[in-house]
Structure formats: C-alpha cells, structure tokens
Design a protein around this ligand. Structure first.
Ligand SMILES: Nc1ncnc2c1ncn2[C@@H]1O[C@H](COP(=O)(O)OP(=O)(O)OP(=O)(O)O)[C@@H](O)[C@H]1O
Ligand SMILES: [Mg+2]
Length: 314
C-alpha cells in the first residue's frame, strides 16, 4: 500500500523553508508546516547517494504512532498524517500528493527552543567518549565505574546545542537555565523525561532497548510549549536489539548496521563526502530493517498500519 516511489529529494510546489540531512520542511501557511521525510540516509554523518525505500514513511509513521500512543499526555505539534485528512484541510496539496503521502506530517508551526533535549538511559556515543576520558558528561561528574553501554538509572537529561553546522555539543543543565530561565529549563527536563520513560517501557515490551533519544520543543503563538519534530525514531534515537545487548562494548544498531558494516569493509573510503554508491543488496537489507523495526515496535506491518488521527477536528 505504499503509494510513493523512493524519494531522495522532494520537490513540492510550496515554499521550502529547510532541507536537513533527512527532512524537507515546507510552509503551508503562516501557522502550518509540511514536514516531509525523504528516503535519504546518513552514515558516519555523510548522506548517502541512494535512497532507502520506505525509510521516510517509517520515520513519519513511527512518530505518528508514538504521538497517538502518548495522546492526551502532552501537547505536540502533529495535526494530521493521514493523506486524506491533510488534503481535506489543505486542498491545494492534492495535486502533489504522490510526492508526500505517508511520508509527511502536517504540523503546527512553532518557534523552536534552541536546545536539543537528549535523554540518555544508557551511556553511548559522545557521552561515552567524554566519560571514558574524565568520568564526566558536559563537564559534570557521572557515577564512577560505568562501562560502555551501561544502563543509567535514573536516566540523564543531557541537553545539547542545536548546531547549524557540524556536531551538536553537549552542554550542562546550568547553561540551559542561563539561556532559557529555570522555569522553561525544568519544564524541558520534566517533559523529556516523561516521554522517554514512556517510550523506554513501551519499546522494552517489543524487545527493543531505547538507549537514548533526542526531543525538540517549540512555543506556539499562544505561548504553549509543544513537543515538535520527529519523536523516538531510529534517526533521533539509539534502538538496540534486547537479545544481543551486553555491557562493555558498543551495540549493533537496529537500523543502520548493514550500511555501516558495508562502509567499514571498504578500504578506500575515508568517511568524508562523496560517499561510495551503496549496492542493491545493502539498500535492500537496510530497507527491510526499517520495515522490521516498524513492525516490531508497533505490532503492525507498515502496509497494514491504521493511520492515527489527531486533534478535535480529526
Ligand atoms: N513544529 C515545528 N515548528 C517549527 N520548526 C520545526 C517544527 N518541527 C520541527 N521543526 C524544525 O524543522 C527542522 C527539521 O529539519 P531536519 O531535522 O531535517 O534538519 P536539521 O535538524 O536542521 O538537521 P539534521 O539534518 O542534522 O537533522 C528542524 O530544524 C526542527 O527544529
Ligand atoms: Mg533534525
């Protein structure tokens, strides 16, 4: 039931506000955006030249699934994901439907808070890198004796700057307080922690460890703080298979492992652009991975998934 061909770059007849590594963000009107997840994939921070079929659909529909599971627990930006409903709200989008259906979210436009709200329930990535050299995270001490991939109990709110270029930088909580004030900083911490704990417990039921994840928040016109962007997707989180988890080493990634392994096996690529062209076999196995994650997490195949509805006029 995929009504869309793979999309490396979307071209919709709307003002393009932003093209990220994966998503293309369009303006629908002053209060509304269309966030289109392409099938681009990055590995080692380099965007590959071939699309991964159905990846964009998986990212968008995982976000929609989480927000419908969470519905009522917090304010978020998602207005509609069902293409029929999107067209009903904005009839002008009908003509470009094949370019965005099932990969796009219609969202309330906000003013994003310029802090990435990372929650870490396990120590990995940049946090492990810093910890193993000095026992700290963003300069603040963590408990001694942690190993790579150790569980962090309680989880840690680990904010980062939203870098326009290059890598995000971990910052101490006091820095968030200084820039946004104590009230907003504490609200970001509390909301992020609640959503992560909900997600961690739900993912665990599916045999998936949600090791860490990054949330974004924004203020709407009425000054309400909304959860925005993608929510607990493989692109914004580390998903580890429970069955192969062990402390003291890095974990295989549920989504990108076939791509990383293949790239690592090449002797002459130095992990800077341009990337080598992925083989059919790598593309197919990555695509299957994304569909498997969707099914494992939600309990429904991508094709049989019932699109959730949001809001009072849904
Ligand atoms: N409801 C919203 N209102 C306003 N901006 C939003 C909303 N939801 C998401 N955004 C913004 O849309 C952009 C999505 O782009 P995307 O994530 O693809 O790229 P990026 O974060 O700039 O870069 P990267 O490629 O590193 O992810 C982000 O800048 C995000 O903050
Ligand atoms: Mg982003």
């Amino acid at each position: 039931m995929s009504d869309t061909a793979p999309v490396l770059t979307s071209h919709l007849p709307l003002p393009l506000l932003h093209r990220g590594k994966v998503r293309d963000v369009y303006e629908v009107d002053a209060d509304t955006l269309l966030m289109v997840a392409s099938d681009r994939v990055s590995a080692f921070d380099v965007v590959m030249g071939r699309p991964i079929p159905r990846k964009g659909e998986v990212l968008t529909l995982i976000t929609a699934w989480w927000l419908s599971e969470l519905d009522g627990r917090l304010d978020h930006h998602l207005l509609a994901v069902d293409p029929d409903e999107i067209v009903r709200r904005h009839p002008a989008l009908a003509s470009s439907r094949d370019g965005w259906a099932r990969r796009a979210m219609l969202v309330r436009r906000t003013t994003p808070v310029l802090v990435e709200c990372v929650i870490r329930g396990y120590i990995a990535g940049s946090a492990w890198k810093e910890y193993r050299t000095g026992g700290t995270l963003a300069g603040e001490p963590l408990p001694p004796g942690l190993q790579e991939s150790s569980r962090l109990d309680p989880p840690i709110f680990s904010p980062a700057t939203k870098a326009q270029e290059g890598h995000d930088e971990n910052i101490p909580f006091s820095h968030v307080v200084d820039t946004l004030g104590a009230d907003v900083a504490n609200l970001l911490l509390r909301r992020s922690m609640e959503v992560y704990e909900f997600g961690r417990d739900r993912a665990a039921q599916a045999g998936i460890i949600l090791a860490d994840t990054k949330f974004e928040f924004g203020f709407d016109g009425a000054g309400r703080l909304l959860l925005i962007d993608e929510v607990m997707t493989p692109d914004s989180s580390r998903f580890w298979p429970q069955e192969s988890y062990a402390v003291g080493r890095g974990q295989p990634s549920l989504d990108k492992q076939p791509i990383r392994d293949w790239l690592d096996s090449l002797e002459d690529w130095d992990k800077t652009p341009p990337p080598p062209e992925l083989t059919d076999e790598v593309v197919d196995s990555a695509s299957r991975r994304y569909m498997d994650i969707f099914q494992r997490l939600t309990g429904s195949s991508l094709d049989a998934f019932t699109l959730p509805h949001f809001g009072d006029d849904a």
